[in-house]
Design a protein around this ligand. Structure first.
Ligand SMILES: *[C@@H]1O[C@H](CO)[C@@H](O)[C@H](O)[C@H]1NC(C)=O
Ligand SMILES: *[C@@H]1O[C@H](CO)[C@@H](O)[C@H](O)[C@H]1NC(C)=O
Length: 534
């Protein structure tokens, strides 16, 4: 028996539900026994069970996957299989696979290297693809690439199921991933591969290596950026302005890591697109951001600047004009800039201190927005309580981890929006599948984010709601997927899907595209039995 209590106490981002792990085990058994009913339960109770089959509970599951293991699910490619992967893929029983989620287990949620046990993440994520996007469960494939693990606790555990060696690195590592990609795309040319929870050392390298050749994306990088961008666009509307005013937002960003830079690039590209998509537009969009990292405001004077952050370094004439300097503190920057948005992607819990939030009170915006996007909960830059009580009832607040709404007195509530990746990845996957796009372009991801931002109606957005309710996830996904299909057609990337070629797709209007998407979403219903006599 697994010691439930102990496991739960140990988890760093543990769910607050003391029975979370027990619920996972019951659902997992149902999954093995009666697939249709499992997905029916998931679809009908998505708000309650998404946190069980996926983060945060799945983190507990992965920590002890070898202990919880009952039946195999998914496919394992190990470093010892080099040279054999093509045969392995051709021996997989399914003729058609639409969606693969692959991980190497090197950075599972906030838990780090869990080796082969990370397969739980790929399984959970694909369950959400089925529940939210209606990908057919017979055509999904969770994949674990086992190149070893550097986690000694996992490695020395007597029940560990993976390769008992340290991780491969460098060219050797790349050759394993290359062989896997070639094998799956040879047998299933239309499959979409989503990379999940690869350590940051490899995540963006692999994305750049494959994104122009294969239908693949990385949700940690591209999905997170898209969801944050949708929130930023929603904040503009919540401030009572049209979305086209987005390029005028002054945005102070705390954190210049890969997640932060990903969001910045997406936001800047969107601004530039709204301004005419030329060089002047890009330059003008740049000047809307102030990036502050552990060493303070980043300017041109910064030594050894990360090349990815370089485009966002403030010019000296600008900072001098404002009376700021290289390395200015977050409080100083907020005081001086009086931003519309304070965006936290720092992974530093409590970074938006009382002083910082006090400074934000002087913002020139009618309704400043605070995004405390870092995960897990304890890393959030501030809590919604702090935001509403210090800055005021009117702020727009969003977080990466779940928090409850805040009572403001007199029956009013301060909305806490959660920027959940689940809003976008199912629609990006489904839209790519149904358009038959050769690759997943930045434009397709932008279209997905813009669609999500516009999903909320005017009345809700003025109440400070910038992300919709997860309970309508299938409808959100349908809209997002249709937006992705249309963008793929616009960029001439679509090659059609099954009986629908690109020319026929091109002829569909907005409503017909939605119908086409809906028609292709799988639902958990039992088919009628057919009786036939000889
Ligand atoms: C799954 O559960 C449903 C509802 O209880 C039942 O009708 C169906 O026969 C079950 N299927 C299997 C394969 O057990
Ligand atoms: C994982 O499960 C095994 C077997 O069920 C159990 O003996 C072990 O204590 C568990 N590990 C942790 C970290 O709780």
């Amino acid at each position: 028996m697994v010691d439930l209590r102990r496991l739960e106490v140990k988890a760093r981002d543990g769910p607050s539900d003391p029975y979370a792990l027990a619920k996972w085990r019951i659902l997992n058994r149902l999954h093995d026994r009666n697939e249709t009913m499992y997905y029916k339960v998931l679809v009908d109770n998505i708000e309650e069970y998404a946190p069980i089959v996926y983060t945060p509970t799945v983190g507990l599951v992965c920590q002890n996957y070898s202990g919880l293991f009952r039946r195999p699910r998914g496919m394992y490619f190990s470093a010892a299989d080099r040279g054999e992967m093509m045969s392995m893929v051709y021996n997989w029983p399914a003729d058609q696979v639409d969606m693969i989620v692959v991980t190497d287990g090197s950075r599972i949620l906030g838990l780090g290297d869990l080796g082969i046990q990370g397969i739980g993440i790929a399984i959970g994520k694909l369950d959400l693809y089925v529940a939210a996007a209606g990908i057919n469960p017979q055509r999904i494939l969770p994949v674990m690439i086992d190149v070893g693990t550097n986690n000694e606790n996992v490695l020395n555990h007597p029940l560990y199921l993976g390769l008992k060696q340290h991780r491969l690195d460098g060219e050797e590592y790349l050759s394993v991933i290359d062989e896997f990609m070639e094998a799956v795309f040879t047998r299933w040319p239309n499959v979409i591969v989503q990379f999940e929870d690869f350590q940051s050392k490899w995540a963006s390298k692999l994305l750049q290596r494959y994104r122009n050749t294969y239908r693949m994306f990385n949700d940690d990088i591209q999905g997170t950026a898209g969801v944050a961008l949708a929130g930023l666009l929603g904040a503009v509307r919540a401030q009572g302005k049209p979305t086209v005013d987005f390029p005028k937002q002054k945005i102070v960003v705390a954190g210049a890591g890969s997640a932060g830079i990903g969001v910045l690039n997406a936001a800047r590209t969107t601004m530039a697109r709204m301004l005419g998509n030329n060089e002047a537009a890009f330059e003008s969009a740049r000047s809307q951001f102030w990036v502050v990292d552990a060493m303070g405001l980043i300017t041109e004077e910064r030594k050894n600047i990360d090349p990815d952050a370089l485009p966002f370094a403030r010019r000296l004439d600008e900072v001098n004009f404002q009376g700021l300097k290289e390395g200015a503190s977050l409080v100083e920057v907020v005081k001086t800039v009086k931003p519309d948005v304070l965006l936290g992607l720092s992974a530093v819990g409590g970074l938006f201190s009382e002083k910082v939030l006090e400074a934000l009170k002087e913002s020139t915006s009618t309704r400043p927005a605070i995004f405390a996007m870092s995960n897990p909960t304890k890393n959030a830059e501030c809590t919604p309580q702090q935001a509403f009580s210090i800055v005021g009832d009117h702020v727009v607040f969003a977080s990466g981890s779940p928090f409850g709404d805040v009572e403001l007195g007199n029956g009013r509530v301060g909305r806490c929006n959660q920027g959940n990746n689940m809003y976008l990845f199912p629609g990006v996957g489904l839209g790519t599948l149904l358009s038959g796009a050769r690759v997943i372009s930045d434009g397709m991801l932008q279209a997905a984010a813009e669609c999500l931002a516009n999903y909320i109606n005017e009345e809700e957005v003025l109440k400070g709601i910038i992300y919709p309710s997860i309970s309508s996830i299938r409808d959100i996904t349908k809209e997002v997927a249709a937006a992705v299909v249309r963008e793929a057609l616009k960029e001439d990337l679509a090659e059609g899907y099954r009986h629908m070629d690109a020319r026929q797709l091109q002829k569909l209007n907005h409503e017909e595209t939605l119908q086409y998407v809906k028609h292709n979403m799988w639902s958990p219903v039992y088919p009628n039995l057919v009786y036939r006599k000889i």
